[in-house]
Design a protein around this ligand. Structure first.
Ligand code: PAF
Length: 287
């Protein structure tokens, strides 16, 4: 496995792969890798001739400077994991290599077809602009046939689908396929996240109430006379009742449009919860 830090070197390697007729898979990450990333990389390795993994803590998608500073960084450990899974290339550029000074101020502005109007988009202004800025750059550089994203960041996945299929950038990435992969959970139910590293052992225990409540809500949704509104409120109340947890939002939305829905068919519930100072997200599909 080779670690690349320069765009020019990356482009040269990609050209060589294309000349050999090899299929390319890409897993974009911000590092601090865990078994959730591992599952994406494993799938990528099994479906493509060559696997590239980017490890780049993208500054333009952080609307909170403290969050950016505190984001865990562990390239050496990440590289060991990626090597053991069979990734071929890791692209780990600096911010200066990735962006011009102007681009660092996130002058990039993108039409999301309304998909950013709610949930993470509403709570973190500019976040998805930064995500699309870096992901589109990675797609241009790596020219993948397939790119893999986790369903834990469900809104991000919907927006990347939109970018590739419907936005002004549609068609510019060839036949690129976006592949969403299921959330990986600890045995306890806690969704794996790089942010879990910032939880104390007690907070980690407290955070279990998030997934426990989401799974319970699948049963609540089956009760006679259950309504989306009532289940949504019950989830919010149950999580807020746990000391140390505070719900930022819980929305039950259509899995494609991300618009609020009145029925559980094709619905997904997306939650963001503060566990102490750590902001955690999770989701559950009702159908
Ligand atoms: O999901 C993430 O880790 C990031 O948002 C991504 C897609 C790697 C872009 O920086």
């Amino acid at each position: 496995m080779q670690i690349i830090t320069k765009k020019a070197e990356l482009e040269q390697i990609v050209r060589a792969c294309k000349m050999r007729g090899q299929t390319i898979g890409l897993v974009p990450t911000m590092g601090a890798l865990h078994a959730g990333h591992g599952s994406l990389v494993r799938r990528c390795v099994s479906e493509n001739d060559v696997t590239f993994v980017s490890v780049f803590v993208n500054p333009t998608q952080f609307n909170n400077k403290e969050d950016l500073l505190k984001y865990p960084r562990s390239l050496e450990r990440d590289a060991e994991l990626l090597h053991s899974i069979g990734a071929h290339f890791v692209f780990a550029p600096t911010s200066e290599e990735m962006y011009t000074a102007e681009e660092m101020n996130n002058t990039f502005s993108f039409d999301f077809g309304g998909l950013d109007a709610m949930m993470e988009g509403a709570m973190r202004p500019g976040h998805f602009n930064g995500v699309v800025q870096v992901v589109s750059r990675l797609f241009y550089l790596v020219q993948p046939d397939r790119a893999y994203f986790g369903e834990k960041d469900y809104q991000q996945l919907a927006i990347i689908h939109y970018m590739v299929e419907h936005s002004s950038l549609a068609g510019t990435f060839g036949d690129l396929q976006i592949i969403g992969c299921p959330i990986v959970r600890e045995e306890s139910g806690l969704a794996l996240s790089s942010r879990n590293e910032r939880l104390s052992p007690e907070e980690k225990q407290t955070a279990l109430a998030i997934s426990r409540t989401l799974f319970a809500s699948l049963e609540w949704a089956k009760e006679p006379k259950a309504t989306v509104q009532a289940v949504r409120q019950r989830v919010i109340d149950a999580i807020n009742a746990v000391e140390g947890l505070e719900v930022e939002y819980y929305q039950i939305v259509d899995q494609t449009t991300l618009l609020p829905t009145d029925t559980f068919g094709h619905a997904i519930g997306c939650v963001t919860v503060y566990c102490g100072p750590v902001r955690l997200i999770d989701n559950i599909k009702y159908a």
